[in-house]
Design a protein around this ligand. Structure first.
Ligand code: 5GP
Length: 122
């Protein structure tokens, strides 16, 4: 398994080395607006722990971290007014998944219809 890189950009954001537009934070997560939004609301939710991907998080995070993460997602979508019309959560993973930042993050996209789930190739 790949080793967690503590120099990844989200680790730097967690350490306060790079500014972010925080929308929610607690003991388990930090959530902030994506720097390049793909929808009217585009938030990234990241655990404070050093997990590379969703499968790393699911396999190695504590029950409290996992519960805290998804409780935070529920709070954020309510706070952002997304529960009425819905939203999409995406966790790009690895090279085939198009993951750019190797710290687990869940995208929350909403505020308007998000469009097709994937664009088929070929
Ligand atoms: P991935 O492709 O890894 O699923 O998504 C990474 C996301 O992080 C992208 O949507 C990108 O716009 C966002 N991102 C990259 N660097 C920064 C940054 O410094 N600040 C914020 N707020 N978002 C970033």
């Amino acid at each position: 398994m790949t080793t967690y890189d503590p120099q990844n950009i989200f680790a730097k954001i967690l350490r306060g080395e790079i500014p972010n537009d925080t929308v929610y934070e607690d003991d388990h997560v930090l959530a902030f607006r994506d720097i390049s939004p793909q929808a009217p609301v585009h938030i990234l939710v990241i655990p404070r722990g050093a997990y590379i991907s969703i499968d790393d998080f699911g396999a190695n995070a504590s029950a409290a971290e996992i519960k805290g993460f998804y409780e935070a997602v529920s709070k954020i979508v309510a706070q952002e007014g997304l529960t009425k019309n819905g939203f999409r959560c995406i966790a790009n993973t690895g090279s085939d998944g198009g993951q750019e930042v190797p710290h687990f993050h869940q995208h929350i996209l909403g505020g308007a219809p998000v469009g097709p789930m994937v664009v088929k190739k070929g």
